[in-house]
Write a protein that binds this ligand. Structure first.
Ligand code: C2E
Ligand code: SIN
Ligand code: SIN
Ligand code: FE
Length: 394
């Protein structure tokens, strides 16, 4: 627990004066607007700052802090504070603490209201507090945090303030629980995509490292395009989607017999024709999922890169012979990363090449196999490519 003597409080300044009833109406409007904001909030680390500042503003209290429960350490962890000078994360309170108001409110799932702190032994966040509300944030899965609302003034929190705070905390619980569900869904979707990609590699000699490198390199190249500009479709969502769906580019290799896939020698033309079908096998598999379950960005981009990652910029690639910008950007990025990594790696049919030779080969294929603009950006920082490779060995 923080030494409460070092935490001072910045008094809240009412933005507008006016009659008491005007102030009351303004406050109700502000609470209502903030409540609506909470409904639509998608939580990340910066949301916690928005919450504590919002509560302080709409309740008009001097200080506010939000703690969330860390199950593995059995502590309440400070996420954000407003108006408490010197109170900063990381700060955690053991939930078993008997002196802590916060631990008590959490354990007993009960709102703790200290109306006059001039006469109590309970630990508060600042010794300057005159009154203090600590509200548990409870979803239908149980409590998962506490909201601390403080005032320099004793007896500051009347029934109206307590009611408003309770309402805000209920909405927070609802929104945080929704957010947890969304996260769980997106994690399980990532896990399924990863599993599908790993399965496709299991009979190929290069498991794991190759997929991680391709994903990391595609993400790196997309990020560079975003920084450089001129690629309107490359936003954060594109980068994130590509960094995951890149792993799906070779799922179609599940349909290629071992005698071809694992041949320790050069393929015959007939074998190579069969090998080439991996692009459409993968694309059809993923498009089939879209037909059955509806379009998800990650699967849709997965289908795109699966089908088009062996297309060549000059139109001489497969399976469709698309040319130039007819080839989706995702697949043009992936094609480059795929070949870079294939050349740098040992395959059943080839040795690993040294870096110089790889870079020269890729430069030589600029404008024939690869999008020349992408090659230029890709080759701007070779040490970064080596760093990505080194991060995912194997
Ligand atoms: P992969 O091994 O992951 O290679 C991906 C791509 O990297 C290849 O696509 C090709 O564009 C590039 N690449 C790989 N090795 C070389 C090389 O020595 N020189 C150049 N310039 N580029 C290279 P591609 O050709 O469409 O092949 C697709 C997949 O077919 C390969 O994936 C691999 O699984 C298989 N494959 C291709 N050639 C052979 C082969 O001679 N023997 C065997 N066993 N498999 C092969
Ligand atoms: C990025 O993560 O670099 C993208 C940020 C953005 O799209 O604003
Ligand atoms: C092959 O060996 O047939 C394909 C690899 C390459 O593009 O050189
Ligand atoms: Fe491929």
């Amino acid at each position: 627990m923080a030494s409460t003597s070092t935490v001072s409080i910045t008094p809240f300044q009412e933005p507008s004066a006016g009659s008491v009833s005007d102030q009351y109406v303004d406050r109700m409007k502000a609470v209502q607007a903030f409540n609506a904001r909470l409904v639509f909030m998608t939580f990340d680390e910066s949301s916690y700052d928005e919450i504590v500042q919002g509560v302080r503003r709409v309740i008009g209290c001097d200080s506010c802090a939000l703690f969330l429960y860390d199950k593995s350490h059995r502590t309440l962890v400070l996420k954000s504070a407003a108006g408490y000078e010197g109170l900063q994360a990381p700060l955690s309170i053991p939930v078993d603490s008997v002196e802590s108001l916060h631990a008590q409110a959490f354990r007993e799932e009960y709102l703790v209201h200290m109306n006059d702190l001039t006469t109590t032994r309970m630990l508060t966040l600042s010794s300057e507090l005159g009154s203090n509300l600590v509200l548990p944030v409870i979803s239908d899965k149980g409590p998962f945090g506490v909201l601390d609302v403080g005032s320099l003034t004793p007896s500051y929190f009347g029934d109206v303030e307590v009611g408003m705070c309770s309402m805000l905390v209920d909405q927070m619980a609802y929104s945080l629980e929704n957010m947890r569900l969304v996260r769980e869904l997106s994690d399980s979707r990532d896990a399924v995509i990863r599993g599908m990609a790993l399965l496709s590699e299991i009979r190929d000699s290069h498991i794991g490292g190759h997929l991680n490198r391709i994903c990391a390199m595609s993400e790196y190249l997309a990020r560079r395009l975003h920084e450089i500009g001129g690629y309107p479709e490359v936003d954060r969502h594109f980068i994130q989607t590509l960094s995951r769906s890149a792993a799906l580019h070779d799922v179609g290799k599940v349909g290629i017999p071992d005698s071809i896939l694992q041949k320790p020698d050069k393929l015959t033309p007939a074998e190579y024709e069969i090998m080439k079908s991996h692009a459409m096998i993968g694309g059809n598999l993923l498009n089939g999922l879209i037909d059955e379950f509806g379009e998800f960005d990650m699967i849709a981009m997965g289908a795109e890169v699966a089908i088009c990652h062996h297309e060549w910029w000059d139109g001489s690639g497969y399976p469709k012979g698309l040319k130039g910008r007819e080839i989706p950007l995702s697949a043009r990025i992936l094609a480059l990363c795929d070949v870079y990594d294939a050349l740098a790696s040992l395959r059943v049919y080839k040795e690993a090449w040294d870096h110089r030779r790889i870079l020269e080969t890729i430069r030589g294929l600029s404008g024939t196999q690869f999008d020349p603009d992408l090659v230029e950006i890709f080759l701007q920082n070779p040490p970064e490519l080596e760093r990505i490779r080194a991060r995912y060995p194997g």
